[in-house]
Design a binder for this molecule. Structure first.
Ligand SMILES: NC(=O)c1ccc[n+]([C@@H]2O[C@H](COP(=O)([O-])OP(=O)(O)OC[C@H]3O[C@@H](n4cnc5c(N)ncnc54)[C@H](OP(=O)(O)O)[C@@H]3O)[C@@H](O)[C@H]2O)c1
Length: 310
């Protein structure tokens, strides 16, 4: 597997194994996060040749961008890093709404630039669609920012295929990020064929289904965060899901790697999936995920994995 690929039609060259950072300062997502450990995760990724970092305003909120920004600054080689962030959440009192209005997105980009301590963002995503802004207008605002050099490529996230088509009517969208993993494969019906035909990179989030596909849990594992309510982690369904993950072990052994690497390699064989952004809470997980680059699944193995999870 190549260790540098081009992201969509953009000029960005990335290591296909990126890093998701919602556990870096994402105090509103995970309890008891250690910020220094989070910064160490990012530092380790950069020191091991991963250059694609994924954060968002809402992780923290704000704190993930701040911590990632500190590590990028300390690393020094800004031009070697491909920094992706997202915006659309707007706080109104205790409520949070999605806002894709051009003026709001432009304000959000300015605020992200400050938190990230940088002059440009390599990939800026509209994090969620709102109900009323025409999607081509929202993307048009990002195109203006791209022309000004404040962002280098345009992404959308959590958009339906219809919303993506509207957003991309002028051909400006480089990347879409949406939930996709071996337990949640809806994107295969329409989204992946569309992105493949239109040279848009699809970046799957929750690639390990929040850790379930990393092959380290058993039926006695308990969770104290949002996973405690996730349907994949409940009762009989949890046991059945663990049994499916177990079936990946012989494939991992044959490839002299572990389950997470086979899982990530399988995604990278799907049309238009050029990169993955597994999250990590510990630096050893970051280094471990790079073993994916050693995996070259056979057609038979790709089909076998497809059947286990179909
Ligand atoms: N666009 C969106 O709306 C959206 C939504 C969600 C996430 N995201 C992005 O997608 C990224 C990935 O999602 P995620 O981090 O929530 O979930 P994930 O990648 O599916 O799972 C991450 C978890 O997998 C486990 N893990 C990672 N590497 C491992 C390894 N080598 N061996 C064993 N276990 C390993 C860790 O679990 P433990 O906790 O058990 O250590 C880690 O916390 C996020 O960080 C974020 O950047 C985007």
């Amino acid at each position: 597997m190549k260790d540098r690929i081009q992201l969509g039609q953009s000029e960005l060259k990335i290591n296909p194994i990126g890093l998701g950072t919602n556990a870096v300062g994402g105090h509103n997502i995970y309890p008891n996060l250690d910020e220094e450990a989070g910064k160490d995760v990012v530092r380790t990724a950069l020191n091991h040749g991963m250059n694609f970092l994924d954060t968002a305003f809402i992780y923290g909120p704000e704190r993930s961008e701040e911590l990632v920004g500190q590590v990028v600054k300390e690393h020094g080689k800004r031009d070697e890093i491909v920094l992706a962030t997202k915006g659309a959440h707007q706080f109104k009192g205790d409520d949070v709404v999605f806002n894709n209005r051009p003026d709001f997105l432009k304000e959000q980009v300015e605020a992200s630039l400050k938190r990230l301590q940088t002059d440009y963002i390599d990939l800026y995503y509209i994090h969620f669609p709102d109900d009323d802004t025409p999607k081509y207008e929202a993307v048009g605002a990002l195109k203006e920012l791209k022309d000004q050099g404040k962002i280098r490529s345009i992404g959308v996230s959590n958009f339906s295929v219809e919303q993506l088509k509207e957003a991309d009517q002028d051909g400006y969208v480089d990347v879409i990020q949406s939930e996709y993993n071996l337990f949640k494969r809806d994107a295969e019906k329409e989204m992946l064929p569309y992105t493949a035909d239109n040279h848009i990179s699809f970046v799957p989030y929750f690639p390990f289904a929040s850790g379930l596909l990393a092959g380290k849990y058993d039926e006695n594992t308990t969770f104290d965060d949002f996973r405690a309510k996730n349907p994949l982690f409940q009762g009989e369904a949890f046991k059945e899901n663990l049994a499916k993950v177990d079936k990946l072990r012989p494939i991992a052994e044959r490839n002299e790697v572990d389950v997470p690497h086979v899982v990530l390699a399988w995604y990278l064989n799907q049309p238009s999936i050029d990169a993955v952004i597994p999250g990590a809470k510990r630096k050893d997980q970051v280094v471990d995920n790079l073993n994916t680059l050693k995996v070259d699944l056979t057609d038979g193995e790709i089909q076998m994995i497809d059947e286990i999870f179909s």
